[in-house]
Design a protein around this ligand. Sequence first.
Ligand code: XIL
Length: 384
Amino acid sequence: MSKPIKQNRMDRRSFIGKTSIALAGIAALKSQAFAMAAESVGLAELYKDDFYIGAAFGGRILMNNDEEMLGIIKREFNSISSENDFKWASIQPSDDEWRFEVQDKFVKFGLDNNMHMLGHCLVWHSQVPRSLFRDADGNQISKEGLLKKLDYHVLTLVDKYKGKMNAWDVVNEAIEERGWRNSNWVRIIGKEFMERAFNLAHEADPNAHLIYNDYNMDKKGKRDQVVEMVKDFKKRGIPIHGIGLQGHVGLDYPDLREFEASIKAFADEGMKVHITELDVTVLPYDWGRTAEISTNREYAASLNPYTEGLPKDVDKKLADRYVELFKIFLKYRDSMERVTFWGVSDDQSWKNNFPMRGRTDYPLLFDREHKPKSCYDAIAALKK
Ligand code: XIL
C-alpha cells in the first residue's frame, strides 16, 4: 500500500508555545499563525506509518469550493469518502439517468491531492430511488430485471472511476445478528446479490479494493455472520478484500472489548480492516442503538442538553474515548488499513439530526468554529 506523501513535519504544540510568547504585535502574530498553521502537521502525517486517516464530507463543500474546509481536509486527511454523492439515489436517480458533476469534482479533488479514495456505496437498501425495485409498469420488479439493474449500476460506476477510486464499499448493511437482512435485494434476488456485486466490481476494476461495510459490528451475532460470509467467499473465490466497521459509537457503547474482538476476527480471516464512519456521540439516548438511517425519534429537549456548549467533563470523556479507540486501532495497525471519520466538524455532522432531528452533538474532531478539539489533540498526542 503506498501512502501519499504529506506536508512537512511541524509540531503544533511547539508552535502554540512559541506564539504564546506574546511580545509581537497582534498583526504580526496573526500572520505568523496563519503561515505556520498552513504548514502544521496533520493527523494523516502523524499516522502515516500506521493507517490512512480519512474523512467523509458532503458535496456542498466541493460545489461551494469551501476553501476553509478543503484546506482542513488536505492538511489532516489522506483518504476521502463522499458522504452521500455516490449512493444509488444520488448518482443514478432513475434507470437511465446518471449524475456525475459533484462526483467528478470529488475524484478530481482526490487525484489533485494524492488522496486515497472510497466509493460509498454500490449496493444498499437505503438511499435508493423509488423506481429501483419497480418495473416499467410500476409492479415489483422480477429477479431478472433487478439483476440487470444491479449489473448495469455496478459495472458503469466502477468502470467510470477505474484506476482512480481505490476502494469501494461494495455492499452496505446486508447482514444482521441473526442472518441476512430481509431487504428487497434478498427478497427479489436472494442472498447471491452480494457475491454478484463483488464479482462485478472486481470484473470492472481488478485493482480496486472491495469492502463489505456495516454498523453494530461489535455484536457477536453480526461478527459471526460476517466471518462466516468471508470464509464462504474465500472458499469460493469471490473477491473480497476488506471489512468496514462503521463506528457510529457513543461514550458508553459499545463495549470496546467486543469491538476489538470483531477487528481481530476480521483480521484473522486475512481481511484488511477499515473503520469507515467513525463518530462518537456525546448525547444521551433512551433508545436501542442503531445506525439504520430510517430511524427517526421525536424531538425531546431532555435529550439535547448541550445547546450552549460542551461541558469540560464531557469534553474530557470524549477525548478519553477517542484515545481508547485509537489505542485499539494502533494495536491492529498491521491489518488496519484506514480510520475514516464521518465528517470533519461538529456543525456538519449527521448526528445533529440522527436519530433525532435538531440536536447539538459534538462527535467529530473539529468544533463549530472549525478549530481542533481536545479529542483531536489527544489523538495527535498518541503519536508524538
Ligand atoms: C448518512 C449521511 O451522513 C446523511 O447525510 C444522510 O442523510 C443519511 O446517511 N451509515 C452509512 C452512511 O453507511 O451512508 C450514512 O450516512 C450513515 C449510516
